[in-house]
Write a protein that binds this ligand. Structure first.
Ligand SMILES: [Fe+2]
Length: 390
């Protein structure tokens, strides 16, 4: 028998339409008086940010708004945020935005409270052990339903020197509070809804079939897959459907909690390269690759893929497990088609000659070291090639 310890769960969740209205109370619960509020640049002048800012001011709090993070935040941008924190000296950090600003704010919190440079905290060189429980309180408020970073222990930052993404990881990076308000996601365009939603589905499937089998995470994955199955097509077709928007936020959050424990797999290893080499949106890269990675992984654990098929809505009663497992691939392909996602990497301008280099760097990405099927560079290349039309 082996003993496993998991300390990677969300700390406090506030969920529901209008929950952003509780932000002032959540801030005051920490005894805070000075709030630095990080926000994505596209929303910093919209009511998504301006209304909470006004509400916090009305509650007598001193607010500083910072919105200089781009997509795929860099170490340079994070250090700029650290300077702002040093200048303002807040006693709490709040972040409203997608995965990029939340990741950047997490990283800025580490540097502000620990000093040094971000490279020193790269998880690949043991940075994990340098992060202590002395971060500023952190409240994360997602405006997309996909990354799950509002409940994860991860911050992904791009090194400007190496042009590579690296992870800063620590249980202490899990936000103290995550506020999931579907009103904040109503303005997401259908394409962004589809890409981010497919990122969440990929998290759920990869965490479920991972070689780490934490039972609570597994249960969240199956329930999350069912929620995405029902809610994502609705949110895509009718962006104002509050129930679908809320269900996608909850499913995305559960995915984040699940993969924080179970980790991910080959699809994310490969998708990270498509973003780094070709600038593909993360969710789009996952969506195109996912059926191909599933086909490759099926023989390693057909029972788990049969479970995924059932959660996606297949009637698998009486089917041999290998046949039921294949239904999972068919249903993911059907969902992608329904969401108008391009099927092939040539459709989105990926240069096939990059495959050998991408396959090598993919397998160096430890986000997939829990993939159910051990993978060689040649096998990874073949999975990439399967995703091309010709
Ligand atoms: Fe992802």
């Amino acid at each position: 028998m082996s003993v496993s310890t998991f300390n990677l769960w969300p700390k406090k969740l506030v969920i529901g339409q209008g929950s952003i209205g509780q932000l002032g109370d959540e801030v005051k619960a920490f005894g805070a008086k000075k709030v630095i509020l990080f926000a994505g640049p596209h929303i910093s002048k919209t009511k998504i940010v301006l209304e909470p800012v006004q509400a916090l001011k009305d509650a007598g709090l001193d607010i500083c708004l910072f919105s200089s993070f781009g997509a795929n935040p860099t170490d340079v941008q994070v250090m700029g945020a650290v300077e702002k924190i040093k200048e303002f000296k807040p006693d709490i950090i709040v972040c409203i935005g997608g995965g990029s600003p939340i990741d950047a704010a997490k990283a800025a919190n580490v540097i502000y409270t620990h000093g040094g440079t971000l490279a020193e905290y790269d998880a690949a060189i043991g940075g994990f052990q340098k992060i202590e429980p002395k971060l500023l309180p952190f409240i994360a408020i997602p405006t997309t339903a996909g990354t799950g970073t509002e409940v994860t222990w991860v911050s992904v930052i791009t090194s400007t020197e190496k042009n590579l993404k690296f992870g800063v990881l620590s249980p202490f990076l899990i936000p103290d509070v995550a506020v999931l308000d579907p009103d904040l996601t109503l303005g997401l365009p259908p394409k962004t809804t589809a890409y981010t939603g497919m990122d969440a589905l990929t998290h759920l499937i990869e965490a479920y079939v991972s070689v780490v089998n934490f039972p609570i995470a597994d249960a969240m994955c199956i329930h999350g897959i069912k929620m995405v199955r029902d809610a994502l097509p609705v949110a895509f077709a009718d962006g104002n459907n509050i129930k679908a928007r809320e269900d996608m936020l909850v499913a995305s959050m559960m995915a984040g909690a699940a993969f924080t424990v179970n980790n991910l797999g080959l699809c994310h290893q490969m998708a990270h390269q498509l973003s780094a080499y070709c600038g593909l949106a993360h969710g789009l890269a996952n969506a195109i690759l996912l059926p191909h990675v599933m086909k490759f992984n099926l023989p390693a654990n057909p029972k788990k893929y049969a479970d995924v098929a059932e959660a996606l809505g297949a009637d698998i009663k009486g089917m041999p497990v290998e046949v039921a497992a294949c239904k999972a691939v068919e249903l993911v392909e059907k969902l992608c088609a329904e969401l108008g996602i391009p099927r092939h990497l040539d459709d989105v301008g990926v240069d096939k000659s990059l495959v050998p280099a991408m396959a090598i760097t993919a397998l160096q990405d430890n986000v997939g070291n829990t993939n159910p099927r051990p993978t060689t560079v040649e096998q990874c290349e073949q999975v990439f090639y399967c995703a091309f039309r010709r």
